[in-house]
Design a protein around this ligand. Structure first.
Ligand SMILES: [Zn+2]
Ligand SMILES: [Zn+2]
Length: 673
C-alpha cells in the first residue's frame, strides 16, 4: 500500500497539501484571503452555515469554512498597498539554483507597526522552501530595510512562505524592503517545470489586523528548460492505407519540458516497409525541439517508428537520443481514436504556466486531439470565481486554440468541492458560467446540475480521484444521467477503478471505487486524464509514474462529435500511453447497453489490444469482480474471443489491460438490460 503512494501521488498530494497550507493553515492566501490567528474555531459569525448533518463522512467542511472566511474577510484600504518588482530579473533554469531579489515599496498608506509584508514562493513545483535558519542551505532568504527606525521581524510561518512584521515605526510611502531569496551559498532551486510568468507573490497586511492582500502586478519570472534529454514521437493511432499523417517530433528535457536549445538532426533508423518519412529532419534553435513531419503509410499493419535525435555538437561516440512512437494501426476499417486530456491546471489556479502555453503544449508536443484546461473555481492564490477577468482569459485561450477537425478545445473548470468531491464541468459551447462550489447555492452536485440545466449551454460533468486522494466522491448522490455519462478512473493521483487495480490511488476509501459505483447501478463510460499541474497536458506521465488519457472513438473531431461520443460512452481510459483497445459484446460497440441474451446462449466478448509495450494480461471484469485473467505472455498485440455464460439483466462487463511497463487501459463497460 505504502509503495503505491510514492512519487506522483506524493507529488500530487504534496501539491494539495501545499495549497491547503497556503490557503488555510497559515492564511498565506491571495488577495481574497485572511489570516485568523484563532484558526477555524474563530469562524462562524460570518454567515457560513455550520457543518451540516447531511455532509458525507468524507467532507472537509473546515476547508470550506476557511476558504469562505478568506473570501469574505473585510480588507483595510492599506492591505495590498504598494508595489513589488524583481531587481535584475534573470530567468530561472529548471531545477537549477539561483538568487532572486524582490523589492517591495510601500504605497500611500504605508504599512503600520504590526503589519506584514509576505513573500510567497510558487508552490509548484519544487522551488526551494524559503528559510531563515541555515545560511548555507538552499532557500536561505533575507529581508532588509534601510529606512531609519524601521525594524523587520522575519519569520517563516509555513512552507513556501517568508514574511516580515513591521516594528519600530510604520513603513512610509516610498520606503522599501529588499527580499533576497537564495541569499546563501546554497542559493535557491528553481521549479522543475518550464513556465512563463511564474509569480513571486507579495502580500501586504497594511493595518496589522492579520488580513493580507496581494499587491497588484505580482512580479514574475520565466523558468527555462534544462538540456535536451529525450525524444518523444507521436503519431495518430489509426490511419488508412495510403494516408498521409502527422508525426509529432518533440525533443524535451529530462522533466518533459519543451523549448530546449536543440540544434541538430532527427532521423528514423529502420523505417518499416511501406512507410515514407523524410530521411532526416533538421531542427534549429528556433524550433525549440518541436516539429511536425509528414509521414505516408502505404500498407496495412502496425507501424512503430524509431526516432533518433542527434545534436549538431554531439561528441563522436554519442549514439543519439532514441525514442519509439506509439503504435499506428494502418487498416481500412480501423476506427479513429481521438486522444484527449480533459483535466489539467495552469497558473490561473494551482498549475504551472499560462493557459496559452498549456494548449500549445497539448497541441504541439503531446499531439492531443482534444484538450481541456479545467482550472479550479476557488483554489490557488487568486480565484477564478472571484475574478471574472481570469475566467475570461481562460475562455479566450480556449477560443484561440480551437481548430475543429484538428485540435478541439473545450471550455471548463474544476468544481472543487471539499464536501462532495471534485468534479469537472465541461462546456461544449460559449457562454458557460463558473458555478462555484464555494457558493452556498452551488454547494451540492444536485444544485450544480440544476444550474447547468437552467443555463442551457451544452455541458457535462465528471468526478475525479473519486476513490480517495485529496477527497473522495460522495457517491450517495446519484450522478445525473443527463450530465454525467463518464467518470475519470485514472490520473496522476492513481487509479480509482477498484480495490484490485494496479497503480492504486493514495488514501483509498473502501467501497468508494468506480466499480462500487457501478455496483450501485450507476452507468458510466471511463476516461483517464492527467490532472497535470506541470504544464504538460497529455504527457504528465513523463515526469510521474502515471498519468491519464481519454481515448474517444469518433471519426470527426468537433465539439459536437466529442460530446456525442462521450454521451454514448464511446471512450476508454489509459494511464498515459496510447494503448489501442477494442471491445465488442455480441457485436455491440464499447459502452453499449445490450439486451440480456435469450435462453442458454452465452454472450460473446471480443477484445483486441495493441500495446505500447509487451502486454502482461487482459482481465475481464464482470459485475463486481475479476471474472477472468488472461495471460498474454508479453505479446505486443493480442486478440481474444470469450463466451460469457448466463449474462443477465443488471450486469456489467469491462476489460482491463496490464502491460509489462505498468501501462494500463480500461474499456468502458457494457451494460446488460
Ligand atoms: Zn481535483
Ligand atoms: Zn484537478
Amino acid at each position: 500500500m505504502r509503495q503505491t503512494v510514492r512519487s506522483a501521488a506524493g507529488v500530487a498530494l504534496a501539491a494539495c497539501l501545499a495549497l491547503a497550507v497556503a490557503n488555510c493553515g497559515g492564511g498565506s492566501d491571495g488577495d481574497e484571503s485572511a489570516e485568523t490567528p484563532g484558526g477555524p474555531a474563530a469562524f462562524g459569525a460570518d454567515g457560513v452555515p455550520p457543518a451540516s448533518d447531511e455532509d458525507p463522512p468524507t467532507a472537509q467542511r473546515f476547508r470550506v469554512d476557511m476558504l469562505r472566511h478568506g473570501r469574505d474577510a473585510p480588507r483595510h484600504s492599506s492591505d495590498g498597498g504598494g508595489k513589488a518588482w524583481l531587481e535584475d530579473p534573470v530567468d530561472a533554469v529548471a531545477s537549477r539554483p539561483g538568487t532572486w531579489t524582490i523589492l517591495y515599496e510601500a504605497g500611500p498608506e504605508g504599512v503600520a507597526v504590526g503589519g506584514i509584508v509576505r513573500l510567497t514562493i510558487p508552490p509548484f513545483w519544487h522551488w526551494s522552501d524559503p528559510q531563515d535558519q541555515m545560511p548555507t542551505a538552499p532557500g536561505y532568504t533575507t529581508a532588509s530595510c534601510e529606512a531609519e527606525g524601521v525594524a523587520l521581524e522575519s519569520f517563516v510561518p509555513d512552507r513556501g512562505v517568508f514574511q516580515v512584521r513591521i516594528a519600530g515605526r510604520a513603513l512610509r510611502e516610498g520606503e522599501r524592503i529588499r527580499f533576497v531569496y537564495g541569499a546563501g551559498r546554497g542559493k535557491a532551486r528553481a521549479d522543475q517545470f518550464v513556465e512563463r510568468e511564474s509569480p513571486f507573490w507579495i502580500m501586504v497586511d497594511g493595518d496589522g489586523d492579520g488580513v493580507v492582500k496581494a499587491v497588484p502586478d505580482t512580479p514574475t519570472i520565466n523558468v527555462l528548460p534544462g538540456p535536451p534529454a529525450q525524444i518523444v514521437l507521436t503519431a495518430p493511432s489509426t490511419a488508412h492505407p495510403g494516408d498521409e499523417v502527422e508525426l509529432h517530433v518533440a525533443v524535451l528535457d529530462r522533466a518533459g519540458n519543451r523549448g530546449v536549445a536543440f540544434e541538430g538532426v532527427v532521423d528514423f533508423p529502420g523505417v518499416p516497409e511501406g512507410v515514407v518519412v523524410p530521411e532526416r529532419v533538421e531542427l534549429t534553435i528556433e524550433d525549440g525541439g518541436v516539429k511536425t513531419v509528414a509521414m505516408r503509410v502505404a500498407e496495412a499493419g502496425v507501424v512503430r517508428l524509431l526516432g533518433r535525435a542527434m545534436p549538431a555538437d554531439a561528441p563522436e561516440d554519442f549514439e543519439g537520443m532514441l525514442g519509439e512512437s506509439n503504435p499506428l494501426v494502418v487498416d481500412e476499417r480501423a476506427p479513429r481514436i481521438l486522444w484527449g486530456d480533459l483535466h489539467g491546471h495552469s497558473n490561473l489556479s494551482d498549475g504551472t504556466g499560462t493557459p496559452e502555453d498549456y494548449f500549445a503544449y497539448a497541441r504541439d508536443v503531446a499531439a492531443l486531439d482534444v484538450s481541456v484546461l479545467t482550472d479550479h473555481d476557488h483554489w490557488g492564490m487568486l480565484k477564478i470565481d472571484a475574478n471574472p477577468e481570469m475566467w475570461e482569459r481562460l475562455n479566450a485561450a480556449v477560443r484561440d486554440h480551437h481548430e475543429p477537425g484538428r485540435f478541439v478545445t473545450l471550455f471548463g473548470y474544476e468544481w472543487t468541492s471539499w464536501i462532495h468531491g471534485h468534479r469537472h464541468v465541461l462546456y461544449f459551447d460559449e457562454g458557460g458560467a463558473v458555478f462555484s462550489s464555494l457558493d452556498a447555492s452551488h454547494e451540492s452536485p444536485l444544485q450544480l446540475w440544476d444550474a447547468l440545466r437552467e443555463q442551457g449551454v451544452p455541458a457535462m460533468t465528471f468526478a475525479h480521484h473519486s476513490a480517495g486522494g485529496p477527497i473522495a466522491t460522495n457517491w450517495d448522490i446519484p450522478p445525473d444521467p443527463e450530465f454525467e455519462p463518464i467518470t475519470e478512473v485514472m490520473s496522476v493521483h492513481g487509479s480509482s477503478e477498484a480495490r484490485d487495480s494496479p497503480a492504486l490511488i493514495y488514501s483509498p476509501l473502501p467501497g468508494n471505487f468506480v466499480r462500487d459505483a457501478l455496483d450501485r447501478g450507476y452507468r458510466f463510460g471511463f476516461v483517464g486524464s492527467g490532472d497535470s499541474h506541470d504544464g504538460h497536458p497529455g504527457l504528465v506521465h513523463l515526469a510521474s509514474p502515471h498519468g491519464g488519457l481519454a481515448a474517444i472513438l469518433s471519426e470527426e473531431n468537433t465539439r459536437d462529435a466529442v460530446l456525442e461520443a462521450l454521451r454514448q460512452r464511446r471512450c476508454y481510459a489509459t494511464s498515459g500511453p496510447r494503448i489501442l483497445l477494442r471491445t465488442a459484446l455480441d457485436g455491440h460497440r464499447m459502452g453499449s447497453t445490450i439486451a440480456a441474451p435469450s435462453g442458454d446462449e452465452p454472450a460473446f466478448l471480443y477484445v483486441h489490444v495493441t500495446g505500447t509495450a509487451p502486454i502482461n494480461a487482459v482481465q475481464v471484469i464482470r459485475s463486481g469482480a475479476i471474472a477472468q485473467t488472461i495471460d498474454c505472455e508479453g505479446a505486443w498485440q493480442y486478440s481474444v474471443g470469450l463466451d460469457l455464460p448466463e449474462l443477465s439483466a443488471g450486469e456489467y462487463v469491462y476489460v482491463r489491460v496490464v502491460q509489462a511497463d505498468r501501462g494500463l487501459a480500461w474499456s468502458s463497460p457494457f451494460f446488460v438490460e
